[in-house]
Design a protein around this ligand. Sequence first.
Ligand code: PLP
Ligand code: TYF
Length: 396
Amino acid sequence: MFESIALAAPDPILGLTDAFRADARPEKINLTIGVYRDAEGQTPILECVKAAERLLLESEKTKGYLGIEGLPEFLRLASDLALGDLVPASRVAAVQTPGGTGALKVAGDFLAANLRGSRVWTSTPTWPNHTSVFETAGVATESYPYLSADRKSLDLSGMLETLERDGRIGDVVCLHACCHNPTGIDPTRQQWAEIAELLASRGMLPLIDFAYHGFGEGLLEDRVGIQEISKQHQEFMVCSSYSKNFGLYSERVGALLSVCSTDQAATHVSSRLKQSVRSNYSNPPRHGGAIVATILGSSELRSQWEQELAAMRGRIHEMRTRFVEGMASTNCGVDYSFLLDQRGMFSFSGLNAMQVDWLRSERGIYIVGSGRINVAGITPSNLSILTAAIAEATSV
Ligand code: PLP
Ligand code: TYF
């Protein structure tokens, strides 16, 4: 039976990590997968996480199953972090999920089962797993333009015109709350207000992917999109991930927050989300959620976390600035200053597929095919090798 099964295509991002590992060149540089790295190129465990784990080691009394929806304290604090007082807690149906991906999958299942015929609109470009997750859940996907023709800014009018012309009442629009993956280009507050207005006027549901909370400008600032959406929408969904901002990648911590228009709707939606959880993984893993709840529930650990998060954000910002300066000093003739408007871990460098291939084969520099660079992979010690190689790649 199995011998006739064809090989699946590798994940376009994770596949590159395997190729990087297999590369024997000592000076190789990995700017592919979106994982934070410090100045030494490491992805360390945050101090606040270590402290929370020490507390948990002493205080946890059971490894018994959690409820289907997860740890109540985690859910309360996760809602508060993402939504603050923008909506009353009684109108939020929340489930703890294995990472942001788990939140997206539970959302996809919920849409497939309960909003039949709704399609999910994703940006072009977007994180490639968006389409896979929704399609696997049985939801059709459509795409809206996001990038201007010169690939340097947001094509707001293209986005709004497409959604207005081709979107249907009941369709869902997937938006990146901040630090858009892969472009690093986010709407301004005014643009968010326009997006919120168009979606409200067309009866479309915002589904906000919040995978980089705190990596853009700050915890409050990065909520600007959710704030503007909440002014014009009684109903929307948020998929939060704690992989990046708590460095808890492998612990798989996320939350799906469904904002409903009434308390009763929230109760019903919650029962449907739990239905999806039950048939997917029964109930979420405890440890990562317990870590996040311990940190957010302690004023001391929370402020330590905010400092550590600010340090990650600051390092990325500094590397982006130094990269732009470094490219300018190569006199390569390309102005990279547009990267300074981008936010978060990723930058769309403008490098084309041929240049990306050349960098990988000739210099051991790994970049996603779209030209997306993980800025957090740049360090003071690899910066000059990188800028020289890119200058060369763009001149051949
Ligand atoms: N959404 C976006 C835009 C992402 O970049 C990621 C990255 O991994 C995720 C969701 C999924 O996050 P997680 O690793 O928590 O599943
Ligand atoms: O875009 C990224 O690099 C991150 C990590 O299937 C990631 O979001 C990449 C691919 C994937 C899962 C996570």
